[in-house]
Design a protein around this ligand. Structure first.
Ligand SMILES: [Zn+2]
Length: 486
């Protein structure tokens, strides 16, 4: 099923001449992705030719729309995508630029994960996690007598870095979460950081204690008005909150009350996390109120054995984004979340969704859900140069994306610079000095002086996290919550 177009077209800025854009559009018509059907023939090696200028020219099979990839060059300057061409015009006009030629590899907008709890996403799930719950307040232990799940707060900068690192290495460039560490992924969060975006995350808009005296209809809710931030700075920012996280009447009532509130308080972007309990009446209100759904299928099925009615939401014209939630019941990274979404779609819905849908849910619509659609989530002129380079194995980007693991992510680029990557695809001697931080086959480009107080090094970060036996592994989904698996 195709996503209903809801992403605003970003205005082209005047970085390129009209002439260049014209010739680029004409030439796109008959250009095909490079490479052929024999996987051994795909060249995924990234060759870096350093230049004396500040610009970078990145070359590969660029994925800009669901029509597929086109072999082209991108000019990256001042953190933005400032030129696009299918021939060598950018290289010819920027002879001082550093050139990164990744051959047949795919270049996509970086993945945008609009839902993660960084401060509670460092550990593997409680082995007693079962899909027995009907409402979030039950596993949180604030309502009823079902088993309350065990989870831990992430303690210390080295462990915070580990949480962001697993998202960065798997191709995520922006994380929507409360909190964050500067200098790794970009954080869309309630606190302004030097390299992030301001978002109003009110995690539980009905408060931390259960608002319900009973979970079956007619449920009573103490105060049906969601709690909104009182911070002046956040009042105009997109509002992203957990709503209708459960399958029972209480969850359905939360959805209705939240949409009533949105209707009475227009003028800002809203996104609704989970939405498992939304009834058809609420689903039909989403598009008109411009409320996006952020879908976390693994977290939903591992706790509630059910997930949001995504096909109905898409049918209604509302936008759906994917998000990981947290490590205790959700996916370890966006690639795992895409795989879980596809599994739910195949097992429960008869294969209605495609790789193209999951890609949009992880890039452009995810950006929209955070109100950031003019800045991130697409390869377009004047948008942030936040990109993920993915190994080309089949020639079909969307097939490869659904089958990708951390090892298939060649590099993650943020604001025009390589932030992390897989050493197997590079001559690491060509990488800048700040990328000489290695962990297994991968490298991280980081300025450790940002974290001077903790006197961190790559070795210290690795040592501290690998000595924590419950730490989520970086490169494999070991102990990840099941997604409709036994
Ligand atoms: Zn959550």
């Amino acid at each position: 099923m195709k996503q209903v177009a809801g992403v605003r077209i970003t205005a082209f800025c005047a970085v390129l001449t009209v002439l260049l854009i014209g010739s680029y559009k004409n030439a796109l018509a008959d250009e095909e992705p490079r490479g052929n059907d024999d996987p051994t023939e795909f060249n995924n090696e990234c060759v870096i030719t350093p230049g004396s200028g500040k610009e970078t020219i990145l070359i590969g099979n660029v994925v800009r729309t669901t029509d597929g990839a086109r072999h082209m060059e991108l000019l990256l300057s001042d953190g933005l995508i400032s030129g696009m061409s299918i021939d060598t015009v950018l290289r010819d006009s920027n002879p001082d630029a550093t050139v990164i030629d990744c051959g047949d590899a795919f270049i996509s907008p970086g993945l945008v994960n609009p839902h993660e709890h960084l401060a509670h996403s460092g550990g593997i799930p409680d082995p007693k996690t079962e899909p027995i719950y009907e409402h979030r307040d039950e596993w949180r232990g604030v309502f009823g007598d079902k088993y309350a799940l065990a989870f831990e707060h992430v303690e210390g900068v080295a462990r915070d870095i580990w949480v962001e690192l697993r998202h960065l290495l798997s191709g995520t460039t922006t994380l929507g979460a409360s909190g964050g560490v500067a200098g790794l992924v970009k954080n869309a969060t309630t606190v302004t950081t030097s390299d992030g975006y301001l978002i109003d995350f009110e995690i539980f808009p009905y408060g931390w204690e259960s608002k319900f005296h009973e979970m079956d209809c007619p449920a009573e809710i103490e105060d049906p008005t969601p709690r909104f931030s009182e911070s002046e700075e956040l009042l105009d920012q997109p509002y992203v909150a957990h709503v209708a996280e459960g399958t029972n009447c209480a969850a359905t009532l939360e959805g209705q009350a939240f949409l009533d509130f949105v209707e009475a308080n227009p003028g800002r972007r809203y996104a609704l996390l989970h939405g498992v309990g939304l009834d058809q009446e609420s689903i039909d209100r989403l598009a008109g109120l411009d409320v996006s759904l952020v879908w976390s299928p693994r977290s939903n099925v591992s706790l509630y054995d059910e997930t949001a009615k995504v096909l109905d939401v898409m049918e209604s014209g509302a936008l759906v984004a994917l998000g990981t939630d947290w490590s205790y019941s959700g996916s370890y990274n966006m690639l795992e979340e895409i795989r879980c979404a596809d599994r739910v779609d195949n097992i429960r819905w008869g294969d209605q969704l495609s790789g193209e849908d999951y890609w949009e849910m992880s890039t452009s619509t995810a950006a929209y859900s955070l109100g950031l659609e003019d800045e991130i989530g697409q390869v377009n002129l004047a948008m942030a140069a936040d990109l993920v380079i993915v190994q080309n194995r089949t020639g079909d980007f969307f097939e490869d994306l659904m089958d990708s693991e951390v090892s298939n992510v060649i590099a993650t680029i943020i604001d025009g610079s390589i932030r992390s990557g897989n050493s197997e695809f590079f001559d690491t001697n060509q990488l800048p000095d700040q990328c000489q931080n290695f962990i297994d086959d991968h490298f991280l480009c980081v300025d450790w002086s940002r974290y001077e107080e903790a006197e961190l090094t790559m070795e210290k970060v690795i040592e501290e996290n690998r000595s924590f036996e419950k730490a989520v592994p970086l490169f494999e989904p070991r102990f990840q919550a099941p997604c409709l698996e036994d």
